[in-house]
Design a protein around this ligand. Sequence first.
Ligand code: BG6
Length: 489
Amino acid sequence: MPSIIVEPCTFALFGALGDLALRKLFPALYQLDRAGLLHADTQILALARDAGDAQLYLQQIEQHLRRHVPAAEVDAAVLQRFQARLSYLSMDFLEADDYLLLAEQVGSSERLIAYFATPASVYGGICANLAAVGLAERTRAVLEKPIGHDLESSRAVNDAVAQYFPETRIYRIDHYLGKETVQNLIALRFANSLFETQWNQNHISHVEITVAEKVGIEGRWGYFDQAGQLRDMIQNHLLQLLCLIAMDPPSDLSADSIRDEKVKVLRALAPITGEQLSQQVVRGQYVAGSSDGKAVPGYLEEENSNTRSDTETFVALRADIRNWRWAGVPFYLRTGKRMAEKMSQIVIHFKVPPHYIFDPEQRQLIGNKLIIRLQPDEGIALQVMTKDQGLDKGMQLRSGPLQLNFSDTYRSARVPDAYERLLLEVMRGNQNLFVRKDEIEHAWQWCDQLIAGWKRQGDAPKPYAAGTWGPMGSIALITRDGRSWYGDL
Ligand code: BG6
């Protein structure tokens, strides 16, 4: 049985028939139940606007659960227990009277977890209505991204929620923080003095963060076209990864100690303005190409698209952090849809030794790299230089990995989905995998200046063929500094 104690709660899922809830949240709750991590008294309320026969909606939830949980992990007894916890309630989230019914269902449960899987525009309304029926004091509010569209709109959402909830009971989701390998960054950096002593501009030349997706827009054109890749991925996931790599060691593992350090990094990000914008940032938009050998449409030919959008589906940029630790160490960030592979990795490039004594022709081989693979094949590899084996090889060098592959090493353990970890931590009241208000706002501030610059310069995205690694400009971005993206790209 698990050693973690999780208190009972009522878990109210607003937007229970939406894509996120059906694809990710119910399966995650089921997995927690299967792992013995839901208290026997925990109940789950599926809340959605759709009226009619509740049984039909519960069946719909079950069908999706079976689709998204691997068959070998669907256990009849657990499923029965899970279903017994689950009920459906139809309500209008902005209708105060409907919350009387909700309060009745919550009854005397001491803890309500309210998960807002709805557009952020209704978060404030939900909070006001929870408060009106006296539920707010015992509630933890979980906010899905995107929280706003820019600094101003995100402030409006955060302020609306803050009228009813203190920051200590607000859990802002960035699902990347729930991924096992992302959490491992903290262990890797702060439980190994080997790395921490090298973790600065004296020893590191540059850092790459790539989050590449193979999929296109997948029926989300309407949402995505308003957002674009900078807002959808860089403002949150990539900047969070950058913070975890760049932050100073926190004094302890508490949520605020970690978040204070992340905020310092965000505040130290150099703005990219004027001329620098075209040198340091590349926007792209995919055109028709192929993926897995099949022809796929371009962004402007996707379902529900229009033909004139300037929204970017790819961004590569060079970010600089203005502080003692990172002065002169560029962070190259790259993310896009419809790229050649689904792959997320961080590569830390260490500086070359100060005096080189080997064959001049092998000089470009030199330089250790720490490769942190987030997905797929989670693991860590440290590229080290050794001498090639054999009498005929002389002092020929060879670069090879010291490798830790998580699925081989922890063979028996399944890798939990990010949402399982995040939902568990909400139930435990642990905020350190959630994003604080000031983090979101500093991240928006930095992204807003890029977006404003693009607008001013009328910068149109550069085309790239679906199934490739993005526009040529993203290669020029890094080769201009005498470097290249790591891997067989
Ligand atoms: C979401 C973005 O936050 O992250 C999506 O809105 C993106 O556009 C997704 O596809 C990627 O998440 P993951 O876990 O598949 O890398």
